[in-house]
Design a protein around this ligand. Structure first.
Ligand SMILES: Cc1ncc(C[n+]2csc(CCOP(=O)(O)OP(=O)(O)O)c2C)c(N)n1
Ligand SMILES: [Mg+2]
Length: 379
């Protein structure tokens, strides 16, 4: 072929079937970075609100786990179902949940999704059946129970010929519950399109992983059910995305449930009230060096996807956005005490407010960035 190639920088990359991340365009990579940074900034804001006694109840951070949360959710389609737990702020940001919804919930505002009846990221979004909106089922407090629920959601979709996949995140501790095992077995037997993200973050509250399971790799939990499984470095965002994308597509193609084991670390206590003195400092030091956001930033720079200037710009956008959303939520009213018994029992017509979803969460940021790298940047 002669003459100037018309292929642009995103198209010339040759896809390796094992590495679907090869096909991610520059904007998508920056979007993943943005969601990860946004998850961290929203939580940083929550820490400030917590110290000001504006947060009701505990504050559960996902520090060090934002990358795996984003990279797994990024493998989904918008119409899929997600069942995140307390460490999956990144998944909520990726599915387009407006940060103000998180602040409202954490402050138990009357405007919040649960109108102050429940806290933190316990939000729900149940669109009309078969629309292209995401289904979001917030953390179910009885750990492990989200697995049979996720299986039910995905099975229900399949019965209506809706190619919806359900993704459920679950901690190492929660994989020791009976509900987890029953849900996994049921999903396997029924070949349900369910992807389970099992997070080995080394602790379940103060219980170390060695007292949680006698196997070394969390993904081996899946072996006895005949479920496909893989273990991945949870702080390497593109490696996580690669496994998640392959599994989501495999589940969608009818190959049954899949389990992705995430090797990561909970970088703070179980919640803000837990100083985690039982965690050896050497372990924290080892994982501090593997911070997912810093590592991903490095990858983006090395691959000439973006430079410090652009990434600093995204950081600032995320930080300012989180601050603005928090300020808006602070000024909103608390629930009306006269309604306290309403919306608690079934059969009540006191409807749950719909949460606000952002259609293309990254659009406002990318508008300020060049959309393609220059030839110099890629050569
Ligand atoms: C069935 C059940 N048992 C105990 C608890 C109390 N509890 C809440 S969070 C938690 C620790 C969970 O650890 P893990 O599953 O590893 O998730 P992580 O917090 O590490 O993300 C416990 C024991 C609960 N909510 N449900
Ligand atoms: Mg854990």
């Amino acid at each position: 072929m002669t003459g100037k190639s018309t292929l642009n920088a995103d198209e010339w990359r040759v896809a390796d079937p094992d590495r679907p991340s090869d096909l991610l365009a520059r904007e998508q990579l920056l979007e993943m970075y943005y969601f990860t940074r946004l998850a961290r900034e929203v939580e940083e804001r929550l820490v400030i609100l917590f110290r000001q006694s504006k947060v009701i109840g505990g504050l559960y951070r996902s520090l060090g786990q934002e990358g795996e949360s984003v990279a797994t959710a990024y493998a989904l389609q918008r119409r899929d179902a997600v069942l995140p737990l307390i460490r999956n702020m990144g998944a909520l940001m990726t599915m387009g949940v407006r940060p103000i919804e998180i602040f409202r919930q954490y402050m138990a505002k009357g405007t919040s999704n649960s109108r102050g009846r429940d806290l933190n990221i316990h939000i729900v979004h149940m669109p009309a059946p078969d629309t292209h909106e995401p289904v979001i089922v917030g953390p179910i407090s009885m750990l492990g129970d989200s697995i049979p629920v996720a299986a039910g959601i995905a099975m229900g979709a399949r019965m209506r010929n809706n190619p919806r996949v359900a993704m459920a995140w679950i901690g190492d501790g929660a994989t020791s519950t009976g509900a987890f095992h029953e849900g996994m077995n049921f999903a396997a037997v029924q070949k349900i399109p369910l992807v389970v993200v099992a997070e080995d973050n080394k602790y379940a509250y103060s219980t170390p992983i060695s007292q949680q399971m006698a196997i070394k790799r969390i993904d081996e939990r899946a072996e006895s059910y005949g479920i496909a499984h893989e273990l991945v470095d949870g702080n390497d965002m593109l490696a996580v995305y690669d496994v998640a994308k392959r599994m989501v597509e495999s589940a969608r193609a009818g190959h049954g449930p899949q389990l992705i084991g995430i090797d990561t670390m909970r970088m703070q206590g179980h919640a803000q009230h837990d100083d985690a003195r039982y965690v050896p400092k050497t372990l924290l030091d080892e994982w501090t060096a593997k911070d997912p956001l810093r590592r991903f930033r490095q990858v983006l720079i090395e691959r000439s996807i973006a430079g410090d200037r652009e990434l600093d710009y995204i950081d600032k956008m995320a930080k300012d956005y989180a601050a603005r959303e928090a300020d808006l939520a602070v000024d909103e009213p608390m629930p009306d005490p006269a309604t306290v018994t309403r919306g608690v029992y079934a059969g009540d017509d006191y409807a749950v407010p719909r949460i606000e979803l952002v259609k293309s969460p990254f659009a406002r940021v990318s508008a300020g960035l060049k959309t393609r790298p220059t030839q110099e940047e890629v050569s």
